[in-house]
Design a protein around this ligand. Structure first.
Ligand code: VGL
Ligand code: ZN
Length: 216
């Protein structure tokens, strides 16, 4: 059993948003093309309280991009983004959300960030996604979304850790690239840790996903 996992395809991560990922909007058509090919579709949402500790605004002596110690963990400071129940935290309007079966929320604790959709950055709390995938009888997890070098990467590494076969849909991901090359390095790291790096057109052509895909 396979799942399509859509990571953080939210308004604040696409151009015009508070933490815009360059070309982040280009993943939407990839997602919309893939959603009908999967029996199970799950999404994550970055879902922060307004005073989240990852926001530079909460640390008056620091600025966006600084790295601080946040309760014992290294934390990059971001602009305010994906605040719970705000427009910035909504799915991008053009994403076909009707067939998303479940949404998992992360970054809800002001004291700790959660790049991964599975565990927080301290691996203290789980979002429930890992258990849900296990209980759903999933072996293969197809991951795409935003951002390659943060939430996609850490979600993929946690999913590998839990023993899933993880496929990263490369053309369905875009990165922040605070440092040039971060996304490319993230892809290499995921590959090194055991993820399969695939393109969305391979999924369609190979017919590996969903019932009775024609072999070409
Ligand atoms: C993300 C930075 C901060 C992401 C979330 O979704 O990749 N990046 N919060
Ligand atoms: Zn965040």
């Amino acid at each position: 059993m396979q799942v399509l996992l859509l990571v953080d395809i939210q308004n604040d991560f696409v151009p015009g948003g508070a933490l815009a990922v360059p070309d982040g909007d280009q993943v939407i058509s990839v997602a919309n093309a893939l959603i009908p090919r999967f029996e199970l579709v799950v999404a994550t949402k970055d879902w922060h309280p307004a005073d989240h500790g990852s926001f530079a605004r909460q640390h008056p002596n620091h600025k966006i991009g600084d790295v601080i110690d946040l309760h014992g963990l290294q934390q990059i400071l971001w602009p305010d983004h994906c605040i719970q129940n705000t427009a910035g935290a909504e799915f991008v309007e053009t994403l076909d959300t009707d067939d998303i079966d479940r949404v998992f929320f992360k970054g809800t604790d002001a004291d700790i960030d959660s790049y991964s959709g599975i565990f927080d950055n301290g691996r203290r709390k789980a979002t429930g996604l890992g258990e849900y995938l296990r209980e759903s009888g999933i072996r293969d997890v197809y991951v795409m979304g935003l951002a390659t070098d943060y939430c996609v990467k850490f979600t993929v590494l946690d999913a590998l850790d839990l023993g899933f076969h993880v496929h990263v849909i490369e053309d369905g991901c875009r990165g922040v690239d605070l440092k040039p090359g971060d996304s490319a390095r993230a892809i290499e790291e995921m590959r090194k840790e055991g993820a399969y790096i695939v393109r969305s057109d391979q999924i369609a052509r190979r017919g590996r996903v969903g019932p009775s895909q024609p072999e070409v």
